[in-house]
Design a protein around this ligand. Sequence first.
Ligand SMILES: *[C@@H]1O[C@H](CO)[C@@H](O)[C@H](O)[C@H]1NC(C)=O
Ligand SMILES: *[C@@H]1O[C@H](CO)[C@@H](O)[C@H](O)[C@H]1NC(C)=O
Ligand SMILES: *[C@@H]1O[C@H](CO)[C@@H](O)[C@H](O)[C@H]1NC(C)=O
Ligand SMILES: *[C@@H]1O[C@H](CO)[C@@H](O)[C@H](O)[C@H]1NC(C)=O
Ligand SMILES: *[C@@H]1O[C@H](CO)[C@@H](O)[C@H](O)[C@H]1NC(C)=O
Ligand SMILES: *[C@@H]1O[C@H](CO)[C@@H](O)[C@H](O)[C@H]1NC(C)=O
Length: 477
Amino acid sequence: MQIFHFTNKTQYYSTNKFINLIIISCFSLIIYFICSIFLAPNNHFHTSISLQNNLSSSQTNLDHVVFGIASNELSWSKRKEYVKLWWKPKRMRGCVFLEKMIHFSSNDTNGDEYSLPQICISENTSNFRYTHKGGTPSAIRVARVVLETVRLNYTNVRWFVFGDDDTIFFQENLVKTLSKYDHRFWYYIGTNSESFMQNKFFSYEMAFGGAGFAISYPLAKVLAKVFDSCIERYPHLYGSDGRIHACLSELGVGLTREPGFHQMDFHKNVFGMLAAHPIRPLVSMHHIEEIDPIFPNMTTVKALEHLYNAASFDPHRILQQTVCYDTWFSWTVSLSWGYAVQVFDKHVLLPNVQRVQESYAPWKSSHLGGLYDFDTRKYEPDPCQRQPVYFLDKVSSSINGTESIYKKKTFEKCKFDMSSPRRLEKIRVLSNKLVLDKQQLLAPRRHCCDVLPSTSSNVMEIAIRECKEDELIHMQH
Ligand SMILES: *[C@@H]1O[C@H](CO)[C@@H](O)[C@H](O)[C@H]1NC(C)=O
Ligand SMILES: *[C@@H]1O[C@H](CO)[C@@H](O)[C@H](O)[C@H]1NC(C)=O
Ligand SMILES: *[C@@H]1O[C@H](CO)[C@@H](O)[C@H](O)[C@H]1NC(C)=O
Ligand SMILES: *[C@@H]1O[C@H](CO)[C@@H](O)[C@H](O)[C@H]1NC(C)=O
Ligand SMILES: *[C@@H]1O[C@H](CO)[C@@H](O)[C@H](O)[C@H]1NC(C)=O
Ligand SMILES: *[C@@H]1O[C@H](CO)[C@@H](O)[C@H](O)[C@H]1NC(C)=O
């Protein structure tokens, strides 16, 4: 009954969306023609004409991306397990850069050549000066991964994407995010740190390397050409990303910030951050050895596999936060799709649910080290005072959409009565695959959800749907 209701609604909105889409498409086509007439005779004339035929011919996809992954002999044998989580050997191009070839024991390499990127050996950089005290000259080798990746001379490239060996990517979301931008122009896309100190010390305008970042093809070609002469001016910088940022600055290019990339300068428990992801597709995560496994009672790798499994059902929806209210009990339900559901036993206003709970330990222990450049709120240390949290158990899909089940995974002995959400054992969530059309990509709007009438006292059912035109997300009385 309820499911039917839900499906019906969704169809209604999809139809609406389809009509909207037609209107929007027609509109942009008109603008496009008007703009072509007025903007054609500029400096990019040649480029515009020669590439025009290919512009509409294909959407950016994984085949247009080349990866450069920075690693080293010491870390690769362990961290290749993280790269295996996201690397698609038949579909992805690029190299992992080491300072020299390593020889694994025969057990170690089992199947690696089929599941990992090829290894490229970095050029010798001992002739470059490095003067930052407390850093390591390998920053120069790693910075030059950009140039050496370009020099692999792959064809049909639109974007170069760089990351560390402990950076993991969500490829569907990476490609979708890049597809917002015209790869024929000069783009430097990524994000800075979440940590105030890190940004203050390094730069707000730098794409932090571990978060991963992308450089459009024409910019990367030019950068590669001038890079060696440029980094001679920056022996005093600490890292590789600082050098890349410096040289792009010299080329006059600034950072385009995309909040789906995550540097993750945190320690321990990043629950608060994963439970309040911005309304943008999750592109990357970093520092996965510095943080606790993201699901309780699992190893780091198993927990990430669990997240990737959920993402395989609905990649664009992974970690997307949806909030709804149970008016009968006055509960606030906050869902981070594919990860966790929290049920607060009171009305929490939407702007507060969107804040990141400070569950993490600061990256640096100095007195400013705990300051972060996003909205936060307290994380209650006592689990019996805290809202109950239900972590993803499993996901399945059928003609009716996607069903994800969340369960209690930690067992505290807390006292509670029947009006407490603590009696819930399981949350069942129904959703349809999130389709990121141009409108959703450029002007995203959070989805809404409904708490469905319960069929059992310890199970809660939730259905996610698009919000109505003028719908407000709040508790109704
Ligand atoms: C258009 O794309 C094709 C392959 O998809 C390529 O061979 C061709 O060179 C491209 N043309 C231009 C003008 O870039
Ligand atoms: C390879 O694995 C086998 C069994 O899994 C083990 O007995 C052997 O010692 C391993 N060899 C090396 C070089 O690690
Ligand atoms: C790099 O070059 C320097 C001299 O230019 C040389 O001394 C050193 O051995 C080289 N390193 C490697 C790993 O080849
Ligand atoms: C890529 O092309 C450049 C310039 O044509 C050449 O110098 C370089 O050796 C090529 N690299 C590879 C890996 O083929
Ligand atoms: C943790 O995992 C182990 C093995 O998978 C299982 O036996 C145990 O019950 C789990 N503990 C909790 C609290 O879920
Ligand atoms: C889909 O929904 C219908 C109507 O609620 C239900 O009868 C059917 O069993 C569902 N199918 C699956 C595969 O869940």
